[in-house]
Design a binder for this molecule. Structure first.
Ligand code: SAJ
Length: 435
């Protein structure tokens, strides 16, 4: 199939890189976002998100004349839906007394509805948003049928999960293997034709529900594995073991690859997607449910660690290093670091947070430092929450000259303990209680 024009709905972390990459590969692209500020920002040549290399690709896409943006779709050969699927914050499911989060499919639903008036025979529609199993067949196809056209007969319909890693999006978009699940084999083939415009990784065709499951399985697998690492950290602490040393030794076994413990699991993917499986089949997902609970409880475990290091939290001034959900990104969504800071404050501590990737972040109830120095200035303790590269490079003597704090709580195992101890710091680490 030949694609001259593609309409991409949702210009966030996935839609914008995808749209600009299609455009730099010679396809006319209309990027659509319901948020007029995003459309204005892009039209003025700026971007609204931080992702290495993205600014240059968007600039190249605009300069090519192939990329335009709007709040409304237009007729196109293909439509790609790449809008967020967060969970409801005030609506929960229940099974056997256990409560679980529910996917908010509102954005997917309205983006699909927005396509209906522009859908023509022979078009291709692809859903990329992470969704509960059977969404393409049971939510998307019926909405698109309002056009009078039927998926599989009059137009092609497919699900293709995005699997790019924030921080590496532009490279992974092109190089990763891509799964395309069609509601019919012809739809999968049409999807493969579309993505082969820029994808260099293998393109694998399957059915739509398998492709939906694949995405959820990948992120759930990671969540469960991080949960076991976090539980190992708690056990190591109890038994007087250094979990980081124990993991590195266990990982020398040829079939073991334990991930890293930390302050918890955040972001808009791994901390969200497993709930889609729980919601879809709570009677079958006790392991997935428990793993989510373990990871969601990890920020509280970190607060206990801080309490232990400081004796009490009441009135203590703490410099929190990092608020992003993971290293070297500016994304604060569902960040465990934010949760740690909130709980510390509830327990009476006064926290000042320094996030070098988003110094002017506006996070409710959190007091942001204007610089590292500002965070350290009056602090009693330093709490390291995100393994940003620039924090790894901090020098103990330099930090000692900027603060009276001589207590460090390291949740990411990023510093050489001996070096910091020689500079006069008492260091507590997550998952370590050497006896
Ligand atoms: N984390 C740990 N320990 C680890 C690894 C990660 O605590 O050993 C934490 C991170 O700090 C972070 C969270 O887990 O809070 C998630 O980070 P991540 O780097 O594992 O994943 P994401 O959410 O940035 O991206 C994931 C990726 N999925 C997988 O690796 C299976 C990515 O490929 C997906 O495209 C993305 O989710 C998505 O959009 O679904």
């Amino acid at each position: 199939m030949n694609f001259k024009k593609v309409c991409i709905l949702g210009l966030g972390y996935i839609g914008l890189p995808t749209a600009s990459t299609f455009a730099t590969h010679g396809v006319k692209v209309l990027g659509v976002d319901v948020n007029p500020h995003i459309v204005e920002t892009l039209r003025s040549g700026e971007i609204h998100i931080h992702e290495p290399g993205l600014r240059d690709v968007v600039k190249a896409a605009l300069a090519s004349g192939n990329f335009s943006v709007s709040t409304q779709p237009e007729e196109s050969d293909a439509f790609i839906i790449a809008v967020p699927t967060p969970f409801h914050h005030n609506k929960f499911g229940e099974y056997n007394g256990q409560h679980f989060k529910l996917a908010d499919m509102g954005a997917v639903q309205s983006a699909t509805e927005a396509v209906v008036p522009f859908l023509r025979k022979g078009n291709l529609v692809v859903l990329e948003s992470t969704s509960p199993p059977r969404t393409t067949l049971e939510l998307i196809a019926p909405i698109l049928a309002r056009s009078g056209l039927q998926a599989g007969r009059d137009f092609y319909l497919a699900y293709s999960p995005e699997r790019v890693l924030p921080g590496q999006i532009l490279r992974e978009l092109i190089e990763n293997a891509r799964v395309i699940g069609g509601t019919t084999p012809e739809s999968a083939k049409a999807g493969a034709d579309l993505y082969s415009i820029f994808v260099k990784g293998e393109i694998i065709q399957t059915d739509a529900t398998t492709a939906e499951m694949v995405k959820l399985m990948e992120n759930t697998y990671r969540d469960v594995n991080i949960a076991i690492a976090n539980e190992f950290a708690r056990l190591a602490d109890k038994f007087g073991v250094d979990v980081w040393e124990a993991i590195s030794l266990a990982n020398r076994h040829p079939r073991v690859k334990i991930l890293s413990p930390g302050p918890g699991v955040g972001g808009h993917c791994i901390s969200v997607d497993p709930w889609f499986l729980v919601e879809s089949a709570p009677e079958l997902t006790s392991l997935i449910y428990t793993s989510r609970k373990v990871n969601d409880a990890q920020p509280h475990y970190v607060v206990d660690l801080v309490k232990r290091a400081l004796g009490s939290l009441q009135g203590k001034r703490i410099a929190a290093l990092g608020l992003a959900y993971k290293p070297d990104v500016d994304d604060l969504r569902e960040s465990p670091a934010v949760e740690v800071v909130r709980v510390l404050q509830v327990e009476g501590a006064q926290v000042k947070a320094w996030e070098p990737f988003k110094p002017d972040a506006n996070v409710e109830d959190i007091s942001m430092a204007s610089s590292l120095e500002d965070a350290l200035k009056d602090s009693d303790a330093i709490l390291w929450l995100v393994r940003h590269t620039e924090f790894i490079n901090l020098k103990p003597a330099d930090i000692a000259s900027k603060t009276k704090a001589r207590i460090i709580i390291d949740t990411v195992n990023g510093w050489n303990v001996k070096e910091w101890q020689s500079a006069g710091f008492a260091v507590s680490r997550l998952g370590v209680r050497k006896q």
